[in-house]
Design a protein around this ligand. Structure first.
Ligand code: XMP
Length: 518
C-alpha cells in the first residue's frame, strides 16, 4: 500500500464558498493533508479516505433556498470523526440537527468582536476571551440544536456552538481568512486538539511519497518525457521525477522564439548544471513565427502556438523511442476547479500548458504536483535543490511574448519587447522590488503616437508597463511601484529602444481586467 493513504487526512466539503481553497491552505499550512470534495460526495467515498476530521465550508446559499446544497442526511452519524461547520456549514448543522436559522435583515459583512463564553471549549483553547473575527453571511443561527451549547457570541448574537460528545462544532465567522487574525489558531485547535492530528504533512514527506508513487507507476522499465519551460511548476515536477527515476526522464525544452531575451540559453545551462537534468533543448522559433504570421486574434495565437508545440514535442518524443509517460505540472487548484460544486470555471483564455498532449500522444500522465498549492510547490522545490532563481521567478505565460505583443507578431516586435522586458527586470531588481510583485512586464501596443526627440517629430510605438501584486494570480491589483522607479524605466525604454517614444503604466486590477493583455 502506498504511504499516501497513511497520511492523516482531513476532508473539506465544498458548499460553494469563495474561501474553500483558503480553508485547505490553512489546514495544509498547519501540517495536515486535506482534500476538497463536493458537498454531495457519497458517504462511502468520504469514509474510504479514513478522515481524521471533516470541515463543512461556507457557501453563498441560504439554508432555506429550495436549491440550497445539503449534505447527505446520514452523513454526520456515518462518519467516525469530528466535524466543523463554518458559516453556511454551521447553519446547515443547526438546521439539520433541530436548531433554528433566521434570515438577517441585512447581510453582515466585515469585522465583529467575538466574545468566548465557554473558555473550556477546545476550539478556543489558548485564545483570548475576545477576538476580532471576519463575518460574511445573510442568515444566522437563532437556536442551537438539542445537545449543543453556545460557546461564543458577537454583539449578543450566537456565533459558535458545539456538542463535544458527538464531536460537532460550528462557527459563524470565517477562521480561514487573514481578516480573522487568530483564525489559524482556531483551525489548528480543531485539527490538533479536537481531531487529534499530529501534523505529518511536510515537504520531505511529500517528496518521499511522490518518489515512491512515481517509481510504482513507472516500474523498472518505463521512460518518461516532460515539457520544461523553466517555470516553477514544470521544473519542480521534473525534479521530483528525476529523484525517482533519474535519467529515464528526458525533459524537452522548446525555444518557441517567444521567450525573454537570452532565456533559453541561460535556463538550459542553469538546469543542466544545477539539477543534472537530462534535457533536450529544441530551437523551433522559426516554426512558431511562421505559424503566427499575420495572426492578430488572441485566441487564434494561443491555438496556433499550442499546435506547433504539440508537433515539436511529438517529434522529439518520437525520436526517444520507448516512451510511455508524460509528466505534467498540474497543481491542486486546477484539480479543484474541475470537481468543485461550482463546476469547471468558464473559459476566459484557453491557457496553454501542455494541455493537448496526452490524448493525442497516448501517453499516460504523471502529475506529481496535483495535490499541491503553489507555495507548497516552492517549498518542495527548495528541498529538491531547485535553484532559487527558478523558484522565485515571476510566472510567464505558455504563449510567451505572443500575448504581450498586441496585433501581429514579427521578429522586430519580439526584439523590442525583449529589450523593454530586460530594462524593467534590471530596474526592478536594482530597486529590490522584483520579489514584491507577482509579475511585471511590458506590453507592446498596436498604436503609434507623436513625440519629439531632439528637434525632430517622431511617430513611434507605445509600451505599456504592467506590474501587479497577487497571491495566486486569480485576483490582482496594480502594483504601486515608486514613481522614481517608473521614471527610470520609462526614460531607459525610450532612450535605449529605437522605435518607442512613449511609455504608459497600467492601473487596472483583476477583475475586471486580466493580468496579461491578451
Ligand atoms: P490572466 O491574464 O488570465 O493570467 O489574468 C493569470 C496568470 O496566468 C498566466 N497566464 C498563462 N499561463 N499559459 C500559461 O501557462 C497561458 O496561456 C497564460 N495566460 C496567462 C499569467 O501570466 C498570470 O500569471
Amino acid at each position: 500500500m502506498s504511504k499516501v493513504q497513511n497520511h492523516e487526512t482531513v476532508i473539506i466539503l465544498d458548499f460553494g464558498s469563495q474561501y474553500t481553497q483558503l480553508i485547505a491552505r490553512r489546514v495544509r499550512e498547519a501540517g495536515v493533508y486535506c482534500e476538497i470534495l463536493p458537498y454531495n460526495t457519497p458517504i462511502e467515498t468520504i469514509n474510504g479516505k479514513s478522515p481524521r476530521g471533516l470541515i463543512f465550508s461556507g457557501g453563498p446559499s441560504s439554508v432555506y433556498d429550495a436549491t440550497a446544497p445539503k449534505p447527505h442526511p446520514q452523513l454526520l452519524e456515518s462518519v467516525d470523526c469530528p466535524t466543523l461547520g463554518i458559516c453556511y456549514g454551521f447553519q446547515v448543522f443547526a438546521r439539520e440537527l433541530g436548531g433554528d436559522v433566521a434570515a438577517s435583515p441585512n447581510r453582515e459583512f466585515g469585522y465583529a468582536r467575538l466574545k468566548v463564553l465557554d473558555v473550556t471549549s477546545r476550539l478556543f483553547q489558548g485564545l483570548p476571551p475576545e477576538l476580532d473575527v471576519w463575518m460574511s453571511h445573510g442568515d444566522h443561527v437563532t437556536e442551537v440544536p438539542p445537545g449543543f451549547h453556545v460557546t461564543a457570541l458577537t454583539d449578543d448574537a450566537l456565533n459558535a456552538m458545539e456538542d463535544q460528545s458527538r464531536g460537532i462544532y460550528g462557527v459563524q465567522f470565517h477562521p480561514e481568512v487573514a481578516h480573522t487574525p487568530l483564525g489559524a489558531q482556531v483551525l489548528r485547535n480543531f485539527l490538533f486538539s479536537v481531531c487529534g492530528c499530529r501534523g505529518d504533512w511536510s515537504p520531505e514527506a511529500v517528496i518521499e511519497e511522490q518518489v515512491e508513487r512515481i517509481r510504482g507507476q513507472l516500474g523498472d522499465q518505463g521512460c518518461v518525457v516532460s515539457g520544461l519551460s523553466g517555470g516553477v511548476d514544470s521544473t519542480v515536477a521534473a525534479a521530483l521525477v528525476h529523484r525517482a527515476v533519474g535519467d529515464r526522464q528526458t525533459c524537452i525544452f522548446v525555444d518557441n522564439g517567444l521567450l525573454r531575451e537570452g532565456e533559453f540559453e541561460s535556463t538550459l545551462a542553469l538546469l543542466r548544471q544545477s539539477m543534472k537534468l537530462n534535457i533536450s533543448g529544441v530551437r523551433a522559433g522559426d516554426r512558431f513565427l511562421a505559424a503566427l504570421k499575420g495572426v492578430t486574434d488572441p485566441e487564434e495565437k494561443r491555438k496556433r502556438i499550442g499546435k506547433v508545440f504539440i508537433d515539436v514535442f511529438e517529434e522529439e518524443a518520437g525520436r526517444l523511442g520507448d516512451v510511455g509517460y508524460l509528466v505534467q505540472g498540474t497543481l491542486y487548484p486546477d484539480v479543484i476547479e474541475s470537481i468543485s460544486v461550482r463546476g469547471p470555471s468558464a473559459v476566459i483564455k484557453s491557457h496553454h500548458n501542455v494541455g493537448g498532449l496526452p490524448e493525442k500522444m497516448n501517453l499516460k500522465l504523471i502529475e506529481p504536483l496535483r495535490e499541491l498549492f503553489k507555495d507548497e510547490v516552492r517549498l518542495i522545490g527548495r528541498e529538491l535543490g531547485v535553484p532559487e532563481e527558478i523558484l522565485g521567478r515571476h510566472p510567464f505565460p505558455g504563449p510567451g511574448l505572443a500575448v504581450r505583443i498586441l496585433g501581429d507578431i514579427t521578429e522586430e516586435k519580439i526584439r523590442l519587447v525583449q529589450a523593454a522586458d530586460r530594462i524593467l527586470d534590471e530596474e526592478l531588481r536594482l530597486a529590490e522590488l522584483y520579489h514584491s510583485v507577482w509579475q511585471a512586464f511590458p506590453v507592446l501596443l498596436p498604436v503609434s503616437t507623436v513625440g519629439v526627440m531632439g528637434d525632430e517629430r517622431t511617430y513611434e510605438r507605445v509600451i505599456a508597463i504592467r506590474a501587479v501584486t497577487s497571491v495566486d494570480g486569480m485576483t490582482a491589483d496594480w502594483a504601486r511601484l515608486p514613481h522614481d522607479l517608473l521614471a527610470r524605466v520609462s526614460a531607459r525604454i525610450v532612450s535605449e529602444i529605437r522605435g518607442v517614444n512613449r511609455v504608459v503604466y497600467d492601473i487596472s486590477s483583476k477583475p475586471p481586467s486580466t493580468i496579461e493583455w491578451e
